[in-house]
Design a protein around this ligand. Structure first.
Ligand SMILES: [Zn+2]
Length: 149
């Protein structure tokens, strides 16, 4: 369990403030200022910090603690983040998604040949027809056979 070490004397503590007052005659703020620690820097061990956090969460959960500005905070949190998409955004995003699909980066351009020498368009048509056939639709495969004999 990591304790917090007093930067004045090097001794470990769970809670630093009483020690600072008694041994060094300092307040927490004096101490933070002397060692240039940020204002909210907790002067307790990680164990105490976690148990305090948990205690607060428990108290909020069962309603013992309620911030007076709770309602505003909740509303602000709900309203934070991205604004809703406008219809124009939606239209643009749909167009992008229709253009680019997963696997497009690997798709050969129209009229290209595959590495094995086959016509990429024909191979693609065959793949699509074969998938449809496997899924129970023989129409595309019949179309493919008529087209390529
Ligand atoms: Zn000390």
């Amino acid at each position: 369990m990591p304790k917090i070490t007093c930067l004045e004397c090097g001794k470990p503590f769970d809670v630093l403030a009483p020690h600072l007052r008694r041994a060094h005659g300092m307040s927490s703020d004096d101490y933070r200022e002397q060692f240039q620690l940020p204002q909210g820097y907790a002067l307790v061990s990680s164990e105490v910090s976690e148990s305090r956090q948990q205690l607060l969460l428990d108290m909020v959960a069962d309603g013992r603690v309620q911030r007076p500005d709770q309602a505003e905070l909740t509303a602000a949190a709900r309203g934070a983040g991205r604004p809703d998409k406008t219809p124009e955004d939606k239209r643009r995003h749909r167009a992008i998604i229709q253009q680019r699909r997963p696997g497009d980066h690997a798709r050969l351009p129209d009229g290209a040949k595959r590495a094995d020498g086959r016509n990429a368009d024909r191979a693609r048509e065959y793949q699509q027809a074969y998938r449809a056939l496997r899924a129970g639709d023989s129409g595309p495969m019949e179309q493919y056979r008529r087209k390529y004999g």
